[in-house]
Design a protein around this ligand. Structure first.
Ligand code: M6R
Length: 323
């Protein structure tokens, strides 16, 4: 690894769901380790001829470790003197072999085309990376490190709680399965979750879905809202919660059907029109890992309700080894 003094910037590159894990990691690395992060989709990054800083760290995220664009981005960064770290699930893969440091996600084989457990395990590995860099750079204390780690350790129990009763997802999914378009909104670390929710729904149910940063609503997507468009909001009660609620009120005023995935009650929050998917309270660092579950379950149950092939959706391959 480059030394503490020489890490000028972290560059993250990945595709699809792995890219969304990288977007979450950008928030963590900037917030916890106070290191600037550049992130791009690998298929864009590889052709941009981006100038790379000396002593930079380049991070590649890939379940398969064989995604052609991610591998090409890695080779570009290597040729430009970056330290190469990868977050991969397959330890024998090309990306793992060509990396200087490897963080294995240890998710076990992922057979279904849609990335699910790989995503949550990528998040867990990236959270540990951010905490580790934060400690090495002295931006967090040992006590803060312990709090973050405790927050992460709680996640499996909280996920079990969520999985104990899927009935709230089944009912909602039946309604969603009738929709033509669905919008997902989120702010901060929940913005990549909105993107991921939309991707999962598209992939396995073939319903058109878009994810947006909630603050972008007024800059275009609000024009789509009417009483036929479900708007799913990823809204943990964090420091941006009040702003997200205000976006939800804008949706409600235009007749949008709100679904709020949150640890806070919509009525108490001032958004009584929203259907609530209740999520247990969690340390804010760990919220993307926990909120990934309702987002995945909604897509899964919607696909089941429509009778589509959840494991092998049409036109998709598990690993994209060509451009
Ligand atoms: O194997 P990788 O993680 O590099 O794959 C990246 C994407 O192709 C992958 O995440 C894709 O978007 C999934 N089908 C999403 O569910």
């Amino acid at each position: 690894m480059p030394s503490r003094a020489t890490v000028m910037r972290v560059t993250i590159s990945a595709c699809g769901t792995a890219y969304y894990a990288g977007l979450v990691a950008k928030y963590w690395l900037e917030h916890i380790a106070r290191v600037p992060v550049e992130i791009d989709i690998a298929s864009e990054f590889r052709y941009r001829e981006a100038p790379m800083p000396e002593g930079g760290l380049a991070v590649f995220i890939s379940q398969s470790g064989e995604t052609a664009d991610t591998l090409a981005a890695l080779r570009y960064c290597k040729a430009n003197g970056q330290h190469i770290a990868s977050v991969v699930n397959v330890h024998t893969s090309s990306i793992a072999r060509e990396s200087d440091s490897v963080l294995l996600t240890l998710a076990g084989p992922e057979i279904g085309v849609a990335s699910t457990k790989a995503f949550t395990c990528q998040l867990a590995a990236l959270a540990c990376l951010a905490i580790g860099i934060g400690r090495a750079r002295g931006t967090i204390s040992r006590e803060e490190e312990s709090k973050y780690v405790e927050g992460l350790m709680e996640v499996p129990r909280l996920i079990s709680t969520l999985l104990r009763d899927e009935s709230q997802f089944v009912d909602l999914a039946q309604q969603l399965s009738q929709s033509r378009d669905v919008l997902y909104l989120g702010r901060g670390v929940s913005y990549p979750l909105a993107l991921e929710g939309a991707l999962k729904l598209k992939e396995i149910s073939y319903i058109h879905a878009e994810g947006y940063a909630a603050g972008e609503l007024k800059h275009g997507p609000i024009a789509l809202i009417d009483d036929n468009v479900p708007v799913i909001v990823v809204a943990p009660e964090d420091e941006l919660f009040a702003k997200t609620i205000s976006n939800m009120q804008e949706v409600a005023a235009r007749g949008g059907q709100l679904i709020m995935i949150s640890d806070s009650d919509p009525v108490a929050a001032g958004c009584e029109q929203a259907v609530h998917i209740s999520v247990p309270k969690v340390n804010p660092l760990a919220s993307p890992l926990l909120y990934a579950i309702p987002v995945q379950l909604l897509a899964y149950q919607t696909a089941v309700s429509r009778g589509t092939d959840v494991d092998q959706p049409r036109n998709l391959a598990k690993s994209v080894t060509v451009e």
